[in-house]
Design a protein around this ligand. Structure first.
Ligand code: LIP
Length: 259
């Protein structure tokens, strides 16, 4: 990948190490699907295993952490932190669906500077660093050029089973669907949804009540590939559950106005 920063290089190294475990565990999951045992516990253990390897590599920096499995951990440097989602798309993983990713971001003073989203099954690494552009493996990425909202290909996720606004989220889905010839996808991995918008595969993405670690790396990927990304209402990304919209920029107004 044509990005060279100490933080990016460290994330890359950690990611390649952890992905070996992820690929091996996914092989096990495929076997568990046809056995009597429940794969649920195995997936939780796998999530933790992958996170441990990532943290072991990244903690050499003495930065702080925000991770899906371990929460917030203060390091020597409080203004620098790693944001980790070891398996984004856990439910896909659990069901033997090969669509999930490791998501790693480096944040400085509240701003995402670098990000990596790695799909180990397709061997696709999406990476970006502030001011250095965004890449899919070694190729520069750009968002799509589509400006006609009706024909745009959108993606979304949720609602979660625990959501208190499930009906409203489903109503919103219907509203957007009716305006876009129903070209809406639901992939089960918010990190890959954002990576795919950055790569021009989707024209836009939105989701209610998402966690910061699901989207942190995606934020810099979208920005560095020429797209727009912002919380739907709040000014920043720091809330507990974030409502987010990300597009190729050309359909941003159309999509935002509908939400
Ligand atoms: C999941 C997402 C998925 C989204 C869920 C959840 P996990 O992350 O990426 O697309 O709809 O809300 O957050 O739990 O697989 O890391």
């Amino acid at each position: 990948m044509k990005i060279n920063s100490p933080q990016f290089n460290l994330m890359h190294k950690a990611c390649m190490k952890a992905s070996k475990i992820l690929i091996r565990d996914f092989g096990e999951i495929e076997k568990l699907q046809v056995s009597e045992k429940s794969p649920g516990d195995f997936v939780t253990a796998s999530d933790k295993r992958v996170e441990k390897v990532l943290m072991k590599e990244l903690e050499k920096s003495e930065y702080s952490f925000l991770t899906e499995e371990s929460g917030s951990i203060d390091g020597k440097y409080k203004d620098k932190r790693w944001i980790i989602d070891p398996i984004d798309g856990t439910f896909n993983f659990l069901n033997g669906l090969p669509h999930f990713a490791i998501s790693l971001a480096y944040e400085e003073n509240g701003e995402i500077i670098s990000g990596i989203i790695y799909d180990p099954i397709k061997d696709e690494m999406f990476g970006a660093h502030k001011g250095s552009g965004a890449y899919l493996n070694n190729t520069r990425m750009r968002v799509s050029n589509k400006s006609e909202f009706r024909n745009s290909c959108l993606v979304t996720g949720g609602p979660k089973s625990t959501s208190k606004i499930k009906e409203a989220i489903l109503d919103e889905y219907k509203k957007v669907s009716l305006k876009t010839n129903s070209h809406i996808r639901k992939s089960g991995s918010a990190a890959l949804d954002l990576a795919y918008v950055a790569a021009g595969r989707y024209d836009g993405y939105w989701q209610r009540e998402i966690n910061y670690w699901d989207i942190a790396a995606g934020i810099i990927l979208i920005k560095e590939s020429g797209g727009f990304i912002n919380p739907i209402k709040e000014k920043d990304f720091m809330g507990k559950k974030i409502d987010i919209v990300a597009t190729n920029s050309k359909i941003h107004e159309d999509l935002t106005n509908l939400l």
